[in-house]
Design a protein around this ligand. Structure first.
Ligand code: EPU
Length: 418
């Protein structure tokens, strides 16, 4: 199993580019199942979750060709409308094929995801939505079977809590349903908007993506398309925090600053100098001192739960006490114990973490528990005194493409060892 060995203490300087968004690419790949025509997707990040999705799509019947960061897909026929447990257990986003499969072939069999490191993460709302659209659902032997032999019918679906992939799954189901579907309390994340743009280019009729009410008029069929994925706001945000925590001077390029408003606002309140020198870049400069600022995670456009762990690492280096509240997932503080092993002073009380700074961090052996938790350990290691060894970096490889090379390019002393 690979490990990262990081020697802390270097202020990051220079430029780091951003990849395409993992969480946008995953539904985009699933959406290609909706047509028998070719779909070309640009800016697909080379991360493990994307490879898992591509394997799943091949099993389902797609031809998938990867050429750099471009992926070409052709799905003349759905040969096996199934997402097996072996794949779903390694990546919950496999459930994104549920909606497109029922819409295209009238049938889907998708393994129920089990528990997850960061919370229970059920998919009851995906299932409820499909039922509203007229699918018959049967649950047995750990699988969800959905059937709509005569096609789906448009309906109103009110999500009783906001779900990102649930909104995406239902959008992909509704585009080929008969009549109008209204999704209420829909997720407003940029990834939802990106998917809506791709589907619209394929001939779907969607209004309101990016607001809490999405209205979809079903169409008979969708055509192929060529689409470029939006920048990964979580990857970009992680690099922005890397610049701040190391008191560096870093330009994060090829990103979409508008998608990072909540993070930038918090950093500015904390006294970090963050500016937008161009439409696709953010510059972050340390001012030698960071103030503690409380933060609560929220759905977009609030502060992303996927940046909470990274923000916690930053707050260990801030003067004062910061209260961090996690509202999206019930168990997303696993990094706190590992940060504590490096010298951080963090008290957990249910969904609240109280971070007392500024503490000098020291290198230690730590274990990555999930994707974003691993990113926070890398950030902490960049400022820690001495050497940190992070085990189980396969978690980080799920969502960050060559993070060690990108950080090294900005001066970090980081290497991967087997
Ligand atoms: N929820 C339910 N029932 C459902 C669906 C969700 O109760 O049917 C709950 C979840 O348990 C959670 C909350 O609703 O407490 C929000 O979950 P959501 O469905 O929005 O999460 P997701 O769609 O499974 C996506 C991202 C996550 C990100 C969350 C929240 C993808 C592939 N994944 O997950 O990304 O944390 O939205 O923004 O888009 C990551 O990239 O590291 C990651 C975990």
């Amino acid at each position: 199993m690979d490990k990262f060995v990081i020697a802390g203490g270097t202020a990051l300087k220079g430029e780091i580019p951003t990849n395409g968004s993992k969480n946008s690419a995953l539904p985009a790949l699933a959406a290609a199942l909706l047509t028998e025509e070719p779909v070309t997707l640009h800016r697909i990040p080379k991360v493990r979750d994307i490879r898992t999705m591509q394997r799943l799509l091949v099993d389902i019947g797609s031809q998938v060709e990867v050429d750099g960061d471009t992926v070409r897909m052709l799905t003349p026929r759905i040969t096996s409308p199934e997402a097996p447990y072996e794949l779903v257990k390694t990546m919950r986003a496999s459930s994104l094929v549920l909606g497109p499969l029922v819409a295209r072939s009238g049938r889907a069999r998708v393994s129920l995801p089990g528990g997850c490191a960061i919370g229970a993460r059920p998919i009851n709302l995906h299932i409820f939505g499909l039922e509203q659209l007229g699918a018959r659902i049967n649950q047995a032997y750990g699988y969800i079977e959905a059937e709509a032999p005569d096609g789906l019918r448009g309906a109103t679906v009110h999500f009783d809590r906001i779900t990102v992939t649930g909104t995406e799954d239902l959008m992909m189901a509704a585009v080929l349903a008969k009549g109008e579907t209204v999704l209420r309390n829909a997720a407003r994340e940029p990834e939802v908007v990106d998917l809506a743009e791709m589907l619209t280019a394929m001939g779907a009729r969607i209004e309101g993506a990016g607001t809490s009410t999405v209205v979809i008029q079903g169409v008979e069929r969708l055509s192929g398309t060529e689409h470029t994925i939006i920048p990964d706001r979580i990857e970009a945000g992680t690099f922005v925090v890397a610049g701040a925590i190391t008191d560096g001077d870093l330009l994060v390029t090829d990103c979409c600053p508008e998608h990072l408003g909540a993070l930038v606002s918090k950093l500015q309140q904390a006294g970090v100098d963050v500016t937008q020198p161009g439409p696709t870049s953010l510059r972050v400069r340390g001012r030698g001192r960071i103030r503690s600022v409380d933060m609560t995670t929220e759905e977009y456009p609030g502060f992303a739960t996927d940046l909470q762990a990274q923000y916690m690492a930053l707050m260990t280096q801030a003067d004062g006490i910061a209260m961090i509240v996690e509202t999206i997932f019930e168990n997303r503080f696993m990094h706190a114990q590992e940060l504590a092993r490096m010298g951080a002073n963090i008290r957990l009380e249910g969904r609240q973490a109280i971070v007392a700074g500024k503490r000098e961090l020291t290198g230690a052996g730590v274990i990555a528990s999930d994707l974003r938790a691993s990113a926070s350990l890398v950030l902490a290691a960049l400022v820690a005194k001495g050497e940190t060894v992070i085990d189980r970096v396969y978690h980080i490889d799920r969502g960050y493409e060559k993070i060690e090379a990108k950080l090294a390019q900005a001066g970090a002393d980081i290497r991967r060892v087997e």
